[in-house]
Design a protein around this ligand. Structure first.
Ligand code: NAG
Ligand code: NAG
Ligand code: NAG
Length: 365
């Protein structure tokens, strides 16, 4: 019963794709795209033959009624049987041909984790108004993010991480009203985050670490009601953490480490019971650590190391529900280390290089 249903489904699928082959212009665009790339190990481009690019072309999917190409999905790291068979991850050289821009109904363009695809992002890509996923991460792409990236009003995922992209983040990016996931980590981006970055109200992950971004975190960020994960670590950011940033409702991961930020840590940030991973390490934060922890505090990571914090370790820390990884080393803290279950498993390195801390696990006071 189940198997006859399976074969019926197969027949039906075959019938659909046989009825609407891809338009010759789209097939030609894919062949130009292929011609600009070299994939020496798997030979998956060998499946890109025949007149109907909607049938058996690896990584290609089409609209069943119009036959137009909707997905170009080429990932160099995946669970695909092809990778298991060859026992290695993907490698591909070449460029992304601007011919890809003639696939006017494309919703997904993924050319990710091939390590060596180079060249620039074709600027015409911003004309692909149906595009929802643009993932070119894990290559050697250079040049700038297209100025008109904000024209891609359907975009939900923009990942350009782990490339060599330079220049500024285009201000038009804030027009991507449906963007949920932004990953520009580990590139060579300079300049400031757009002041109205907070217009990206659908965004849940903003990953911008490992660039050379300057300026401060825009005030508007605190209006991003869905933002759960903000990682701007390893940049050149300055300025303060605003009280409003600390109050954000769903923000649970905040990585500001490895910047040049200064000023005090707002108590709102440390009393925010949704906060689970907070890394402020290697900045110029100063003042005392607010004594605002409690039974609702649940930190997988609380890393305040390599700053300029002074005063005592707040006693309320020992009332926290959970403290996975605590690092207060390399500051100017002084006084007795509080006693309590969150401190039982924390070793001396977490308190080292302060001015005058004492008590377990350091020397007795
Ligand atoms: C496909 O693209 C054409 C030309 O851009 C457009 O007119 C049409 O609405 C698109 N169809 C869908 C289903 O997006
Ligand atoms: C916090 O950030 C620092 C500096 O980037 C890094 O070395 C450290 O491993 C991070 N802490 C944790 C617990 O991940
Ligand atoms: C650290 O804080 C002290 C005051 O507590 C201040 O005098 C000093 O300049 C600060 N150092 C840095 C590197 O910010």
């Amino acid at each position: 019963m189940a198997s006859s249903f399976f074969f019926l489904t197969l027949l039906l699928l075959a019938a659909i794709s046989a009825v609407t082959p891809c338009p010759p212009s789209e097939r030609a665009a894919l062949l130009s795209f292929k011609a600009a790339l070299t994939e020496p190990y798997f030979g998956f481009f060998n499946t890109w033959t025949g007149t109907d690019c909607c049938r058996h072309w690896y990584g290609i999917a089409c609209d069943p009624t119009t036959g137009q190409v909707t997905d170009v999905n080429l990932r160099g790291e995946s669970q695909d049987p092809m990778f298991l068979k060859y026992g290695r991850s993907g490698y591909m050289t070449g460029k992304i041909s601007p011919e890809i821009c003639s696939l006017s109904n494309l919703t997904s363009l993924v050319v990710a984790d091939w390590k060596a695809v180079s060249g620039e992002i074709p600027t015409c890509i911003t004309s692909l108004a149906s595009l929802r996923i643009l993932d070119l991460a894990g290559n050697r792409i250079t040049g700038k993010i297209p100025t008109d990236i904000g024209n891609l009003w359907n975009l939900a995922v923009l990942s350009l991480a782990d490339n060599a992209i330079s220049g500024e983040i285009p201000t038009s990016i804030v027009n991507l009203a449906r963007l949920m996931h932004l990953d520009l980590s580990n590139n060579q981006l300079i300049g400031e985050l757009p002041y109205d970055f907070g217009k990206l109200v659908m965004l849940s992950r903003a990953l911008l670490s490992g660039n050379q971004l300057t300026g401060s975190i825009p005030k508007s960020v605190s209006q991003m009601n869905r933002l759960a994960d903000l990682d701007v670590s390893s940049n050149r950011l300055t300025g303060l953490i605003s009280v409003e940033l600390g109050k954000m409702k769903v923000l649970s991961t905040l990585k500001l480490d490895g910047n040049s930020m200064t000023g005090p840590v707002p108590s709102t940030l440390l009393s925010n019971t949704g906060m689970g991973i907070l890394n402020l390490s290697r900045n110029g934060f100063s003042g005392t650590i607010p004594d605002v922890f409690g039974a609702g505090s649940y930190f997988m990571v609380l890393d305040l190391s390599f700053n300029n914090f002074s005063g005592r370790i707040p006693g309320s820390l020992s009332a926290s529900k959970f403290m996975g990884h605590l690092d207060l080393s390399n500051n100017h803290l002084c006084g007795t280390i509080p006693i309590g279950s969150p401190f039982d498993h924390i070793d001396a390195a977490s308190f080292s290089n302060n001015d005058c801390l004492c008590g377990n696990p350091l020397k007795t006071c």
